[in-house]
Design a protein around this ligand. Structure first.
Ligand SMILES: Cc1cc2nc3c(=O)[nH]c(=O)nc-3n(C[C@H](O)[C@H](O)[C@H](O)COP(=O)(O)OP(=O)(O)OC[C@H]3O[C@@H](n4cnc5c(N)ncnc54)[C@H](O)[C@@H]3O)c2cc1C
Length: 363
């Protein structure tokens, strides 16, 4: 049986950034990933937005790790050559009630330490996004966009350069607790680890159960996108959002690093964790949200795009749960990094740092 100090379950951005931070501290670490390649689940099925950090209640892990993670991510992308752009973003409002919500969002962002937030007028909006029809908006200059696939590759590269061992096609199927750590069972082998990090995304509840850790439920919540036709891509320059909704930041417009324009994601809870396609919303469902953000868009300008599934820690009846990142309360050999929905891509390097601290022998 192989022995390792730390085993990370899951090679999305959370697991890879954690493995990198652990390896950089000189601790032997491996990453078990059930798929043949890293990042094939949520880490490459998202908007790719580098969030500034104004949406999350003050004092939450989401607020702190988003702001810290965003700064780390810009530095990392610049150093590692990951395609990204600090494009800034507009959150638009259409009436007085919405304007007050923008003010509240700005106050929350200011409290979270988000730099440069500004309420702007029609002229400012028209200068940046001529196709947006709104009298007022919140301008966030620190928000940006990253190529998520290239980010995953760079995280894997820098984790393995630091000494982490990547085990693709290696699914955790069971585990036994011992006096000095955990024996992990995969389809081929057994691995003894002093500490196991649960970074299994949509399957973190199943993995926690296997590890004898805390009980919680991941509620899958699908988000779907449409893409604008190539002829319409040039009418958008960056990121345009409505005010946030109960379960998401609202159907927004993203100009990706490939210069495609996506509109989405919607939010719909579902049973399955691996169903990206059945019962897709028709393109018609995106016409109204598109019109509230841009003029000159018709149904003929849109076609179905991708989708992603949020690993939410709360059911549809609730609207917020924080990231679950801590030493497990049932099993001291487990560190949880679960419920990592948005802003998990933005926060990954800060999450990784925190996870690495939690794997310390003294914790
Ligand atoms: C529609 C949508 C839009 C989003 N937009 C943004 C955005 O714009 N900005 C932002 O910051 N965040 C965004 N997010 C959130 C972000 O994508 C996630 O927070 C992040 O990707 C989570 O990464 P992860 O590594 O925790 O999970 P994942 O990427 O899901 O990785 C978990 C890994 O664990 C593996 N695994 C599971 N079970 C096992 C097992 N038993 N054995 C071995 N491996 C296992 C899986 O195969 C998977 O690769 C969005 C999410 C969605 C769904």
């Amino acid at each position: 049986m192989e022995r390792i100090d730390v085993a990370v379950i899951g090679a999305g951005v959370t697991g890879l950034a954690s493995a990198r931070a652990i390896a950089e501290r000189g601790q032997p670490v491996c990453v078990l990933e059930r798929h043949p390649r890293p990042g094939m689940d949520t880490s490459t099925h998202n908007s790719g937005v580098i969030h500034a950090g104004m949406y999350y209640p003050a004092g939450t892990l989401k607020a702190r790790l988003c702001v810290e993670g965003r700064r780390l991510l810009y530095e990392f992308c610049a150093r590692q050559g990951v395609p990204h752009r600090k494009s800034g973003k507009l959150i638009v409002a259409h009436d007085e009630g919405e304007r007050q919500q923008l003010e509240a969002l700005k106050a929350r962002g200011d409290a979270n330490g988000v730099e440069g937030l500004e309420i702007v007028d029609r002229e400012f909006i028209a200068e940046r996004e001529p196709a947006v029809d709104a009298p007022v908006a919140l301008w966030s200059p620190e928000t940006g966009i990253v190529n998520a696939e290239e980010l995953v590759k760079a995280l894997l590269r820098s984790a393995t350069d630091a000494g982490a061992i990547f085990l693709p096609g290696t699914k955790l199927v069971g585990a036994d607790r011992q006096s000095d750590g955990m024996v992990l069972r995969t389809e081929r082998e057994q691995i003894h680890a002093r500490v196991v990090v649960n970074a299994a995304g949509l399957y973190a509840d199943d993995v926690s159960r296997m590890l004898g850790g805390e009980t919680f439920t991941i509620y899958p919540c699908r988000g779907e996108y449409v893409e604008l036709a190539p002829s319409k891509r040039s009418i958008v320059n960056g990121l345009v959002y409505p005010l946030p909704h109960q379960h998401s930041l609202g159907v927004h417009i993203v100009k990706t690093m490939n210069d495609d324009v996506w509109l989405g994601p919607t939010a719909c809870f579902q049973e399955r964790k691996d169903d990206y396609e059945s019962h897709r919303l028709p393109v018609e469902a995106f016409v109204e949200p598109a019109r509230r953000l841009l003029h000159g868009i018709t149904i003929d300008d849109m076609r179905l795009g991708g989708s992603g599934i949020r690993p939410k820690l709360h059911p549809p009846s609730e609207s917020f749960a924080d990231f679950l990142i801590r030493r497990d309360r049932e099993n001291p050999f487990v560190v949880q990094a679960a419920g990592i929905e948005s802003p998990g891509l933005t926060s990954c390097l800060a999450v990784g740092r925190l996870v690495a601290q939690l794997t310390d022998a003294g914790d």
